[in-house]
Ligand binder design. Structure first.
Ligand code: ZN
Length: 84
C-alpha cells in the first residue's frame, strides 16, 4: 500500500469530488486503541460513488495494514462512526 499524505482521488471511481465529512482528534470508541498520542483522522466521502475514505496525519502504514485485515471499513461502520 502506497502511503499518501492527502486523499486526492476516490480509489473506487477516481472522482476528485471528495468531501470532508468528519474530523477525529481522538480515536472513536469503536476503533481499536492504537496507543497513538496525537491522533488525527479525517473522513472523506466521495460525492460520486458514496464511498468513505479516511486520511490520517499519523504515519500509520503498519496500523493501516492491521486496519484493513481486521476491520471491515464498509459503509455501515463509517455510518456508525459518523453518528457519534
Ligand atoms: Zn468514488
Amino acid at each position: 500500500m502506497v502511503a499518501t499524505n492527502m486523499i486526492k482521488r476516490c480509489v473506487c471511481c477516481n472522482s476528485v469530488y471528495l468531501k470532508r465529512v468528519k474530523s477525529f482528534y481522538k480515536p472513536p470508541k469503536k476503533e481499536p486503541d492504537y496507543k497513538i498520542k496525537k491522533y488525527f483522522r479525517e473522513i472523506y466521502k466521495c460525492s460520486d460513488c458514496g464511498n468513505f475514505h479516511n486520511y490520517s496525519k499519523v504515519n500509520m502504514n503498519k496500523i493501516y495494514e492491521n486496519d484493513y485485515s481486521q476491520i471491515s471499513y464498509g459503509t455501515n461502520l463509517w455510518n456508525k462512526l459518523l453518528k457519534i
